[in-house]
Design a protein around this ligand. Structure first.
Ligand code: MGD
Ligand code: MGD
Ligand code: SF4
Ligand code: MO
Length: 719
């Protein structure tokens, strides 16, 4: 997109000037000042650093920060598209209150705060603060203010989006390697295997760049995916697999590594616990057995395992993000554990070209009493007992949904979160939200969640606000920050800190909110020796070198070693040893597996209604359901035909994309469509959403949403 804008501008300048010079000239002609200010993109969890140029106070262009480790000079198409949110004709521009008839009416901030405060006090008096919860998508200011607000009220119920993203994986890794994530040392890798993670679709600019460079340098890239995804151009091998059977595939890889004695004995003996029990389970998981489950030929599994062993320790399974191991299946937690087990057998933890554990920076202790935390609530968060394996810092928001349904929760807040369309079954959310005494959503547009709220509080867009610093770990450490790029466009919108300060005051806990985000940011930055004025100019600043070194890392697990076996997992009712677990739903004859996935130009539900991005989707019919040519032929379906897609939960109609890039028997649905908010006219009922088709259920122990535990049927709709 940057290319397109630059090209158009250059064309307008008859090719005689550079873009920058042309831009300066245009600005001069209009007597408008050209200014630059840094920020962080809000398009997804990566929060890439960017530099915005404004002309006469209006956004002109964005470019990726050269310093920011995820951007490396680039932001992706969604990042460019999302910036348009600031000027959207379908933004929320004033607080809204839902009336008896279900319509929304504008309300002043003072009234909205006062009424919400009154209601919160009533709920606390009648049911205690534990009957309140907040769900937020972890953003720099949002995660801080959400937690502080709930804790100040006395509630421990703070949740991220994780149970519909990466909860199973982050929880599993914490048990096996003592860290919620790891990275691939692409620059030195000889072989990397992706288990349903696609850098070419679920984009982060730096990841795409490192994958491209590795492929160029001859690293063997293997993509295990029922779909030939858009990382395919970098891959040497496409291994089509039955969805949700990756655990059998990984256990069979372990079987080959152990039975053929290809594993790293030294690493296993010195740095792991539970190997004997694990080996006993892996013994049963032969490649021939796995073939019957995965549909990957036994010889293929053997060849891949041997090749990984030959390339070790410069070979690893990449860490994955959402698909398969994040929240998709009954066995996602165990699939994630098994991926780390393969890496343990390869002895690649911490090794050059292998799988790396790196550290993260954080702010030091603050000496200003205004910033002291409110007392820690005594009760444990809802879900902690039912889902003991869920990473505590993320929590499982599905437990909050369950508590809203059974009456334990009475009031819920949502910040930068479209839970009702994206986390667990939307129908279940509608029922739950309908039961609550108070629902408040803080958003920039009328999302499906906002639509079902009592109060909708409009935040200004990310380009119009300064936020708390964002700490970025890795081989090097960085801190980034949003600064105010644009003056507020709509006077009745407020920034995160102003909204929470107002809510807290109205709820009687204003004493904990006697500062602005800028004051806290300055104090936090000072603890790491960064001046806020510097970061306001530079956006992203490199911190002291953490002195990363290759070598076996310290595993921060209970045993201090890599854990093939974890007692706490056994106590939660799962197999303590990494081993095979079947997925819950297997399609019967006549039914299909269905998987979802990202598209490069969209983020979750958030970008569906962005005019330019929606227009691209419509131009290329990107909402279509992918079906293999073989299946299409046997069902008499041609490319572009409309079908009825049905599960036990939902039926919808959608056009089909017939392709050779799907494994027969599996369908693929991009996850960014099927909007239900009539206030978002471009996204409204364009395509279908996979979440609608998913039964409401949770992964045992962890509480993830099991986003792909469903079988579907397809019927051609006659024209
Ligand atoms: N464009 C874009 N990029 C994003 C985001 C976004 O919304 N849009 N969001 C960011 C976030 S928050 C996340 S969590 C990540 C997600 O990043 P990923 O985990 O890479 O995301 P997905 O696109 O869901 O899945 C990747 C691939 O897994 C395959 N797959 C699905 N089911 C299975 C299975 O059972 N087995 C195997 N082997 N493969 C399977 C799909 O076909 C798909 O090609 O992306 C990040 N980047
Ligand atoms: N249908 C569907 N569900 C999904 C996914 C999907 O792709 N499709 N992806 C899954 C994954 S991987 C993840 S990580 C989660 C993500 O889940 P969420 O983090 O909830 O992401 P979105 O669904 O995009 O919803 C974000 C909401 O924040 C609002 N928003 C945007 N900018 C701002 C802002 O500056 N301030 C405030 N207050 N609000 C803002 C958007 O309008 C939107 O309503 O969803 C999961 N569920
Ligand atoms: S990957 Fe793209 S959407 Fe996500 S933060 Fe970076 S630029 Fe924004
Ligand atoms: Mo995610």
């Amino acid at each position: 997109m940057r290319g397109t804008a630059a090209t158009a501008a250059l064309a307008a300048a008859a090719g005689s000037l550079s873009f920058g010079a042309w831009q300066a000239e245009q600005a001069h002609a209009a007597d408008d000042a050209v200014e630059e200010a840094p920020s962080l993109c809000n398009g997804c969890s990566s929060k890439c650093g960017l530099v915005a140029t404004t002309v006469g106070g209006r956004l002109w262009t964005l470019r990726g920060s050269d310093v920011h480790p995820y951007a490396k000079g680039h932001i992706c198409g969604r990042g460019h598209g999302l910036a348009q949110m600031a000027y959207s004709d379908e933004r929320l521009t004033s607080p809204m209150r839902r009336t008896e008839s279900g319509e929304f009416e504008p309300v002043s901030w003072d009234d909205a705060f006062a009424e919400i405060g009154q209601k919160v006090k009533e709920i606390i008096a009648a049911n205690g603060p534990e009957s309140l919860a907040i769900i937020q998508d972890p953003r720099p200011s949002g995660k801080y203010y959400s937690k502080r607000f709930m804790n100040a009220l006395g509630s421990p119920n703070v949740y991220a989006h994780s149970s519909s993203c990466n909860l199973s994986k982050e929880s599993a890794y914490t048990y096996t390697i003592g860290a919620s994530n790891y990275s691939t040392d692409f620059g030195n890798a000889k072989m990397v295997m992706f288990i349903g993670r696609s850098y070419g679709d679920g984009i982060r600019p730096s990841s795409v760049a490192s994958l491209a460079a590795a492929a160029e340098a001859g690293t063997r890239i293997v993509s295990v995916d029922p779909r030939l995804n858009n990382s395919g151009i970098f891959s040497d091998d496409w291994v089509p697999i039955n969805p949700g059977t990756d655990l059998a595939f990984l256990m069979a890889m372990c079987n080959v590594l152990i039975e053929e004695d290809l594993y790293d004995h030294e690493f296993v003996e010195q740095n792991t616990v539970g190997f004997e029990e694990f080996a006993a389970q892996a013994k049963e998981c032969t490649p021939a057995w796995a073939e019957t489950i995965t549909d990957v030929p036994a010889e293929r599994i053997e060849e891949l395992a041997r090749a990984m062993a030959a390339a070790a320790p410069a070979a690893s399974i990449e860490a994955g993000w959402r698909a398969v191991i994040g929240c998709a299946y009954k066995n996602s937690f165990d699939t994630a554990r098994a991926a780390t087990a393969v890496n343990a057998l390869l002895g690649c933890w911490g090794q050059k070209g292998g799988a790396l554990l790196t550290s993260s920076p954080k702010a030091g202790k603050l000496d200003d009493a205004r910033f002291d935390d409110p007392p820690k609530p005594e009760a444990k968060a809802i879900g902690a007992k039912e889902y003991p394996l869920a990473l505590a810092s993320a929590g499982t928001n599905v437990a909050a949904l369950e508590a809203a349904l059974d009456g334990r929760l009475k009031g819920m807040f949502f910040y930068n979160s479209n839970a009702a369309k994206g986390y667990a079954q939307p129908k279940a959310w509608t029922e739950a939200l309908g039961k609550l005494d108070l629902v408040v959503t803080i958003d920039v547009q009328m999302s499906e969640t906002a639509l079902q709220s009592d109060y909708v509080l409009p935040e200004c867009t990310y380009l119009e606000r300064l936020e708390l610093p964002e700490w970025i770990g890795g081989k090097k450490h960085f801190v980034g920050m949003r600064t105010r790029v644009l003056e507020p466009i709509h006077p009745e919108t407020k920034a995160c800190d102003e909204i929470f300060n107002g809510l807290a005051e109205a709820c009687g806990v204003g004493e904990y909110f006697q500062f602005t985000a800028e004051e806290l940011a300055a104090a936090q930055l000072k603890t790491v020796g960064v001046d806020i004025e510097t970061i306001k100019k530079e956006g992203t600043v490199e911190l002291a070198d953490p002195k990363f070194a290759y070598g076996t890392p310290t595993f921060k697990t209970a045993s201090g070693k890599f854990e093939f076996k974890t007692d706490a997992v056994g106590e939660a009712g799962l197999n303590p040893v990494i081993g095979y677990v079947e997925r819950k739903v297997t399609p019967k004859v006549g039914e299909f597996y269905i998987v979802g996935g990202k598209q490069g130009i969209h983020s979750h539900t958030m970008t569906q209604n962005i005019a330019a991005l929606n227009a691209i989707s419509r131009q290329y019919n990107m909402e279509r359901l992918w079906m293999s040519a073989k299946d299409a032929e046997s069902l008499g379906i041609a490319d572009g035909d409309t079908v009825e897609l049905s599960s036990s939960e939902h039926t919808g109609t959608v056009a089909v994309r017939v392709t050779q890039r799907m494994k027969p028997g599996v369908l693929f649905l991009p996850t960014h469509y099927g909007g239900d908010s009539p206030y978002q006219t471009r996204a409204y009922q364009y395509g279908v959403a996979l979440t609608d088709f998913i039964p409401f259920d949770t992964e045992p122990g962890v509480g993830s949403m099991m986003s792909q535990e469903v079988a579907v049927t397809v019927t051609k709709v006659e024209a």
